[in-house]
Ligand binder design. Structure first.
Ligand code: BGC
Length: 553
């Protein structure tokens, strides 16, 4: 454990500086960003070296997925020491340099905190499992077997099988919502809560601007350990059992508990409020994610809520509209965070292409559509290049989730392949040795250096768009209103702020559509816009879009 060091003078804050509202957060998956020491795995010095790329792109902040000490069973989401950097990624001094460089470039820095569980190698777990009388005996969720020896209830792990594993030392089961090696912390314990608050303070003192709270909706479980009900037939798996049985239950008792807010989120919020301009972004992934997002981000202890609703496997314009509308109706005074890709789901370009080869127009549309949504947005590394999901062989897989459910579910490695920085070599300038996951040839063609040299590339297009977006308060914090433009494949949103009303139109089909505009419009000045109106109509090309200003408003 490192001593906490104060790098920036903490000031009492009361959330007057809500820099995150409407911000573009660039997500870095550290294993796959840039390797500087030749071990085939990305590292913190690699992030420091390439932060210019993020600043040039026009992002406001970076979120770095976990880089703390970990046995890497879940690639960093299994933490063995919250206050130390894993040697694979570098040292605490490397982290300090990342923070200094980010701040020098005007980027805010968010880190991932995984408070719902630790690694089974965390010393806390070693103590907790040692005996039922240990001082840390109740730091994890332990329960006796049922009389027939089976687990205490029917809860299932996200990654397959029962959420309970038998421990021969204590002769009890322990709870793990993910891997067996990720025992669930018991945040009902005051001591555990105090310990995680200390961890948060450590990083706040080290100058981070906020936290992404990983899987925070499983942080509190039902104290009576009641069984989850089965999911009503037909609700999710009309075609028979899904690839993983997890979705056959409604996670009523191990997830999205109403007690989370008072018990965990509010104390964390109060802690961050002792500092100036810090924030909490919470990952919520349940059936009632949008409801909880609204409750938690409107005074319930989060500043922003991130749900999985929009990360649909088969997105259509109708589905996207429905989700956005539901969110808008639910959110009230809260604040959403949207992303179309991340390190857990198939890349957006591939999902939106719906089984067809992705078009260039689609690759350009994705970052623009994302950054026109009302809320904060997270742009995942590689989305600015229009990368599609990598198609990996079973032998290449690392993700235990994919290895268990292959081939019905291929896991999450296909969205985690290394960033292609240069197009002239097999490892894309990511590493001088063998990358931990292969880079597909199609990604090399889309490498940063190639796209930087091409004025029409997705990268240059995204850069131009993000810099222009900053000058448009309507797109950053403006209100949102849906329009029915009479076409099923089109998402039409109006964003309004002060005297400006912007009409944003996105054609999610590969074929062109002709639309009648709802009112008179003029050029908004949006760069790289593929489609322009003719009189009161507009033809949007396949995957085309337009951002237009309402005339006379
Ligand atoms: C992270 C995953 C991780 C899981 C368990 C999440 O939702 O995004 O990558 O496997 O939490 O920590």
């Amino acid at each position: 454990m490192f001593e906490a060091t104060t790098h920036e003078t903490p000031k009492v804050g009361t959330r007057e500086d809500r820099w995150w509202q409407g911000a573009v957060i660039y997500q870095i998956y550290p294993r796959s960003f840039l390797d500087t020491n030749g071990d085939g795995v990305g590292d913190l010095p690699g992030i420091e070296r390439r932060l210019d790329h993020v600043a040039e792109l026009g992002a406001d902040a970076v979120w770095i997925s976990p880089f703390m000490r970990s046995p890497m069973k879940d690639y960093g989401y299994d933490v063995a020491d919250y206050c130390d950097v894993d040697p694979l990624f570098g040292t605490m001094s490397d982290f300090d340099r990342v923070r200094e460089k980010a701040h020098a470039l005007g980027l805010k820095l968010l880190i991932d905190l995984v408070f719902s569980h630790t690694s089974d190698r965390h010393p806390w777990f070693a103590e907790s499992r040692a005996s039922r009388d240990d001082p840390k005996a109740d730091w994890y969720v332990w329960a006796d077997a049922r009389p027939d020896g089976s687990p205490p209830n029917n809860w299932l792990s996200h990654f397959g099988g029962s959420a309970w594993t038998w421990d021969p030392r204590r002769r009890q089961y322990y709870l793990h919502n993910f891997l067996v090696e990720q025992p669930q912390l018991n945040l009902w314990s005051d001591e555990v809560l105090a310990a995680v608050l200390d961890v948060a303070r450590f990083w706040l003192d080290r100058g981070v601007d906020g936290f992404r709270l990983d899987a925070i909706d499983v942080a509190i479980h039902d104290r009576h350990l009641r069984d989850n009900p089965p999911r009503p037939q037909g609700l999710l798996h009309l075609g028979g059992p899904p690839a993983t049985p997890f979705s056959m239950q409604v996670q009523l008792y191990n997830k999205a508990r109403p007690e989370l807010s008072d018990r965990v989120l509010k104390p964390l919020w109060q802690l961050t409020d002792e500092y100036h301009a810090r924030m909490l972004l919470g990952e919520l992934g349940s059936d009632i994610g949008l409801q909880r997002a609204a409750e938690h981000s409107a005074g319930g202890g989060l500043d922003i809520a991130y749900t999985f609703d929009i990360l649909q496997p088969n997105p259509t314009a109708r589905v996207i509209r429905e989700i956005l509308e539901r969110a808008e109706n639910a959110i009230g005074g809260g604040w959403m965070c949207w992303s179309l890709s991340n390190h857990d789901v198939v890349r957006a370009v591939t999902r939106f292409a719906r089984g067809q080869p992705p078009t260039e127009a689609l690759r350009r549309l994705i970052p623009v559509m994302l950054c026109c949504l009302r809320g904060t947005v997270c742009l995942y590394q590689g989305d600015e290049l229009g990368l599609e999901e990598a198609d990996l062989a079973f032998e290449d897989l690392h993700d235990p989730f994919g290895i268990t459910f292959w081939p019905a579910f291929k896991g999450r490695d296909g969205c985690r392949t290394p960033m292609p920085w240069r197009g002239d070599g097999p490892t894309g300038g990511f590493t001088e040795s063998r990358p931990w996951l292969p880079l597909p040839a199609s990604h090399l063609e889309r490498a940063v250096d190639r796209q930087a040299a091409d004025p029409g590339s997705v990268l240059n297009h995204t850069r131009a768009f993000l810099h222009w977006r900053r000058t448009q308060p309507a797109l950053v914090t403006g209100s949102k209103h849906f329009l029915d433009v009479g076409h099923d494949d089109v998402v039409a949103l109006e964003r309004t702020e002060g005297g400006t009303r912007l009409l944003t139109l996105f054609n999610l089909a590969a074929e062109p559509v002709d639309l009648r505009l709802p009112y008179a419009v003029e050029d908004s000045g949006c760069p790289c816009q593929p489609d322009q109106p003719t009189g009161d109509t507009i033809r949007l090309g396949g995957h085309g879009f337009a951002i237009l200003r309402a005339r006379g408003v």
